[in-house]
Design a binder for this molecule. Structure first.
Ligand SMILES: NC(=O)c1ccc[n+]([C@@H]2O[C@H](COP(=O)([O-])OP(=O)(O)OC[C@H]3O[C@@H](n4cnc5c(N)ncnc54)[C@H](OP(=O)(O)O)[C@@H]3O)[C@@H](O)[C@H]2O)c1
Length: 318
């Protein structure tokens, strides 16, 4: 049973989702938590992963380690995205199975779904059509992870592996690098820079019309803990987790500009591609079990910007 005394391994505990899981577990009184930074344990190194699981014998695992990033990073490092994610999940799944882990949460991604999926995207659309080309290596790794969860559960007649599929996650400890950030963190940084440098007009990619669903990392963490606690209600399949609400990129930019206090103009570079016009998950299967997201987009952007201002990213810009 997942309890405050359980031995829990949070892989990727310093990342966006992993650090939110750490905050959540600590707030809920879980104290027996094991972590290793990448410097101490490279999860793509199979013998070291085996040795770690044998020595520590964690009962519950949140696998929030992996390589993720925005479109620019996906285009620049496609082989790293597929190799690192597949090797991390393969090593950790196998070590978890061999060492009797009770339950493991793995994260898929909304980009696993076909580009032409009807909206909102339900779980059954997986592998029903071509996926978006620029994120294909990453998405294929994620599909492999979701299928592996099912395969392990089938072969070992258990429900050990749980696959959750978040949409775009943001929050503190997000990646604000201009080369590899996702849209939310990238926009927060660009508006902040434009404000501090007195730039009167900011140029953004596309038309601003595509709609995206954003979920705060604290909600991804609460869904993850909920899944551990309610595993008996879960079937051997993947579950979408999202807020059920989307915003256009133009609306998002407007909210971020307001939070940051940027008063200049926004110009849309319509020569740049928009990508899919809408990407919203149907999370009704998971929410019907009783889980609800708590963080509004407005509050989430505000707290993320406050975290950004106190972070090394903002200090480096001074
Ligand atoms: N962010 C999203 O919008 C989103 C959406 C859907 C799914 N996901 C998935 O959720 C998981 C967590 O994402 P995230 O956004 O929290 O990522 P993140 O912020 O980039 O954090 C990933 C963590 O994994 C660690 N890591 C990477 N490679 C490692 C390795 N070889 N050995 C050990 N640790 C390693 C990183 O350590 P370093 O910092 O040292 O590199 C970092 O702490 C990923 O599987 C991602 O694909 C994310």
């Amino acid at each position: 049973m997942f309890s405050q005394k359980s031995k829990i391994y949070v892989a990727g505990h310093e990342g966006l989702i992993g650090s939110a899981i750490m905050r959540r577990l600590k707030a809920d009184g879980y104290r027996n938590i094991v972590t290793r930074g990448r410097g101490e344990l490279d999860l793509s190194d199979s013998p070291r992963v085996d040795a770690f699981f044998m020595a520590e014998k964690p009962e519950f695992v949140f696998l929030a380690a992996g390589r993720s990033g925005g479109i620019v990073a996906n285009i620049a490092y496609p082989s790293s995205f597929i190799h690192e994610n597949i090797s991390i999940q393969d090593n950790v799944f196998e070590a978890a199975e061999r060492n009797g882990v009770t339950r493991l949460v793995f994260y898929g991604s909304s980009c696993m779904y076909p580009i032409s999926s009807p909206q909102p995207i339900s779980e059954e659309y997986l592998m029903t059509g071509p996926i978006e080309k620029t994120s294909e290596p990453y998405a294929i790794a994620k599909i492999a992870g979701v299928v592996a969860c099912r395969a392990y559960n089938n072969q070992y007649k258990s429900k050990r592996f749980i696959a959750l599929v978040p949409n775009s996650v943001y929050g503190q400890n997000d990646n604000f690098s201009l080369e590899s950030s996702h849209v939310m963190a990238g926009l927060i940084r660009r508006f902040h820079e434009a404000k501090t440098e007195g730039v009167r007009r900011i140029h953004l990619w596309g038309t601003g019309n595509p709609r995206r669903e954003f979920m705060h990392a604290d909600d991804a963490a609460s869904a993850s803990v909920f899944a551990m606690l309610n595993h008996d209600k879960l079937d051997n399949t993947h579950y979408n987790i999202g807020t059920g609400e989307d915003s256009s990129i133009a609306e998002l930019a407007c909210m971020i500009a307001g939070t940051v206090g940027y008063n200049g103009e926004v110009a849309w570079n319509t020569a740049r591609p928009d990508g899919a016009m809408r990407k919203i998950l149907d999370s009704s299967r998971f929410s019907s079990l009783g889980w609800r997201p708590q963080v509004t987009l407005h509050d989430g952007i505000k707290s993320t910007y406050e975290w950004f201002l106190a972070s090394e990213y903002a200090r480096a810009l001074i």
